[in-house]
Ligand binder design. Structure first.
Ligand SMILES: N=c1c2ncn([C@@H]3O[C@H](COP(=O)(O)OP(=O)(O)OP(=O)(O)O)[C@@H](O)[C@H]3O)c2ncn1[C@@H]1O[C@H](COP(=O)(O)O)[C@@H](O)[C@H]1O
Length: 112
């Protein structure tokens, strides 16, 4: 599925380079600028939280999945706007793989 992320990265980069804001949602976000993109990331994060609470109470898990997809998507648009992409994040997650979050955090305080 990482290939899908790479394909999406390429589409987002092409919309940033030469997208038409009148026919492309992504190009319209790039044209509006980083603050608009960040507003959407914040909005979608809130919608994920609300959908998660709803799912905890027996609500619609598909709605949670859809809102999480919205958050991932808008985060990818943000990364694209700032010259990064999904592979940068996957590389960082790979670097952390197998390292306990508790050990990683303790190591930070030992080095501080
Ligand atoms: N994956 C997505 C994707 N996910 C969500 N969205 C859009 O993000 C917008 C979210 O806006 P809103 O939050 O206002 O709407 P909403 O989330 O449906 O409604 P609420 O949850 O807020 O109530 C909607 O217009 C969605 O269609 C996306 N738009 C585009 N993509 C991908 O980006 C590609 C390029 O898109 P265009 O640049 O529009 O061609 C597409 O081919 C897709 O692969």
């Amino acid at each position: 599925m990482s290939d899908l992320l790479q394909q999406l990265d390429a589409v987002l980069a092409s919309r940033k380079r030469a997208g038409d804001a009148d026919s492309s949602y992504v190009a319209s976000l790039h044209a509006k600028g980083l603050n608009k993109i960040l507003e959407k990331v914040g909005e979608e994060a809130t919608e994920v939280i609300l959908a998660a609470k709803d799912a905890e109470n027996g609500g619609d898990r598909q709605a949670l999945i859809a809102e999480t997809a919205d958050l991932w998507f808008h985060s990818l648009v943000m990364l694209s706007h700032l010259g990064a992409d999904s592979q940068d994040v996957l590389r960082e997650l790979g670097r952390r793989f197998g390292l306990s979050g508790l050990e990683e955090k303790a190591a930070r305080s030992n080095n501080d």
